[in-house]
Unconditional design. Structure first.
Length: 259
């Protein structure tokens, strides 16, 4: 594909999600609508309840997604990693349904919601790309909903670790892991003590190697074999509440758009 003046040559939002098979003119137009931003660790990208003006694609880093109750209690929904979309659950709504906080330095591309809708309305091929991207996340959500209630603690932790590094086949893969054991327990529906015990067991078996703020997967094959995931498919360690909302929002948006 020919180059264009916008020079966003590595954006997962257009390259991995939107533009395969599109004309170079349309790709350049989409790129010119994209805004690149970098967030520092612990910086909030957007707050739950904020007006959903932008949709995001995470290029690099880790982002913690949380929701809060009126009494102040907070629940971690999932940990977003590079290549994932944020805020698309709000396509049919006006407010973000969760808070997004960078755990590490996070590089994102974002696009104004109205701009994306305008492109979609004028270019059906782009709408197909958006639908494909959302359908992939919905498939992962359905797997999560099906499996969370059936898996043992070992299987849940193994699945979560694999979800942080999709396609991890070779040995000794290192990644950032800044969640506390308590936060991991909240995500996986386990107790803090159970998560600590399972992680310690993995380290003792030399399946993983713990470091300060990072984790090395020494034996991804063992994790995959003990994750309880059929056919070796790694699922995203996300929470049912978030993806149920995603499913409803997507159905409403698709119904309105294709009416």
């Amino acid at each position: 594909m020919s180059s264009c003046d916008c020079e966003l040559n590595a954006c997962v939002l257009c390259e991995a999600r939107l533009y395969p098979g599109l004309s170079s003119e349309l790709v350049c137009r989409i790129r010119n609508l994209l805004i690149r931003e970098t967030y520092s660790p612990h910086q909030t990208m957007f707050w739950e309840g904020d007006t959903a003006d932008f949709l995001f694609a995470l290029k690099a880093g880790q982002v913690k997604l949380t929701t809060s109750l009126p009494d102040g209690r907070q629940q971690i929904l999932r940990l977003a990693i590079a290549g994932q979309l944020l805020g698309f659950e709000s396509l049919s709504g006006r407010k973000y349904s969760y808070t997004a906080e960078a755990l590490t330095e996070a590089h994102v591309c974002k696009i104004n919601r109205r701009d994306l809708f305008e492109v979609i309305q004028q270019n059906p091929a782009v709408s197909v790309r958006v639908i494909e991207a959302l359908s992939q996340e919905l498939e992962q959500a359905e797997m999560t909903i099906r499996d969370l209630g059936l898996k043992s603690s070992t299987e849940r932790v193994a699945s979560f670790l694999l979800s942080l590094m999709p396609g991890c086949d070779g040995p000794k893969k290192t990644m950032s892991l800044l969640l506390s054991r308590r936060e991991m327990a909240e995500m996986l529906g386990l107790t803090e003590e159970t998560v600590s015990r399972v992680m310690a067991d993995f380290a003792r078996r030399e399946i993983i190697e713990n470091g300060k703020g990072c984790l090395r997967i020494l034996n991804p094959g063992w994790l995959r074999a003990h994750s309880g995931i059929a056919n070796g498919l790694a699922i995203v360690g996300s929470w049912i509440i978030l993806h149920a909302a995603t499913l409803d929002a997507f159905r409403i948006w698709a119904t309105d758009f294709f009416a």
